[in-house]
Design a protein around this ligand. Structure first.
Ligand SMILES: [Zn+2]
Ligand SMILES: [Zn+2]
Length: 260
């Protein structure tokens, strides 16, 4: 069921180092943010959420890492929707020919249908990475994964959201003890890599929880994190209202969430 109600809706096709894709909808316009899955897999995951690819108004790309851009080209060539990305992401060469692409300028608002989108620069080891603050029907969603630390710019940009898709990439001890080679451990744990669970908690406290109806733990590392460790880091901030907190999984993603 693609949601029809006039509200802000979102869902995840899947989240983690093997592929990411997020749906955002105002009930009429449906956008896909990133696509790290193969064409058939993406079509199957969209169908699970009640959508056909032809119903997507656009695909927005955050950055050129394969778990975000890997499936974008095939999807756009097969189904013809425009791809929005920064010049830096385009210049990475990771996206081959697509029928139409449009530039994203960081910190400059754009609108697609009734959805307003603010691309926000994040500290991550890609050419010109952004994440997105989206609004529709007076409700605000922050999508903030793939960043090495909760910078002041990011905290300010995502303050006061009604829902937040938040990277909880790794537990520091599991990363230190885990199977990654030392260079990769330094990259993931560094200031231009990915957020640890306590860093996610710092970001969450910084943006404020007063309006937050839904917090989605996302981009969990298969090797270096467990859902219960991510939840454990965030629960102390929730004043006992843990029902606001959910996890987006690599295989199952997350079903439609509606913010009114
Ligand atoms: Zn990623
Ligand atoms: Zn990345």
């Amino acid at each position: 069921m693609p949601p029809a109600a006039r509200a802000l809706h979102f869902a995840s096709l899947g989240s983690g180092s093997k592929g990411n894709a997020t749906l955002v909808s105002d009930g009429e316009t449906h956008l896909l943010i990133d696509c790290g899955f193969g064409l058939r897999d993406t079509e199957r995951r969209l169908a699970r959420l009640g959508l056909h690819p032809k119903q997507l108004a656009a695909v927005l790309v955050t950055h050129e890492h394969g778990d975000h851009i890997g499936g974008v080209g095939a999807l756009a060539r097969r189904h013809g929707m425009p791809v929005y990305l920064t010049p830096g992401t385009w210049l990475s060469g990771r996206l081959k020919e697509v029928p139409r692409h449009e530039w994203i300028t960081p910190q400059a608002m754009l609108a697609i249908g009734g959805i307003e989108i603010m691309p926000v620069t994040v500290p991550h080891d890609a050419r010109e990475p952004v994440q997105f603050h989206l609004s529709a029907h007076g409700r605000r969603l922050g999508v903030v994964t793939d960043l090495g630390h909760p910078s002041a710019h990011v905290i300010q940009a995502f303050a006061g959201c009604d829902a937040l898709i938040l990277e909880c990439n790794h537990d520091r001890q599991m990363l230190a003890d885990g199977p990654y080679p030392p260079r990769l451990k330094r990259r993931v744990g560094g200031d231009w890599g990915h957020l640890s669970n306590p860093q996610a908690a710092t970001l969450l406290a910084g943006v404020g929880l007063d309006r937050l109806q839904r917090i989605v733990c996302s981009h969990l590392s298969e090797h270096n994190n467990r859902p219960e460790l991510a939840l454990e880091a965030l629960v102390p901030l929730l004043d006992g209202d843990e029902s606001r907190l959910v996890v987006a999984a690599q295989d199952q993603g997350l079903d439609w969430q509606t913010i009114r």
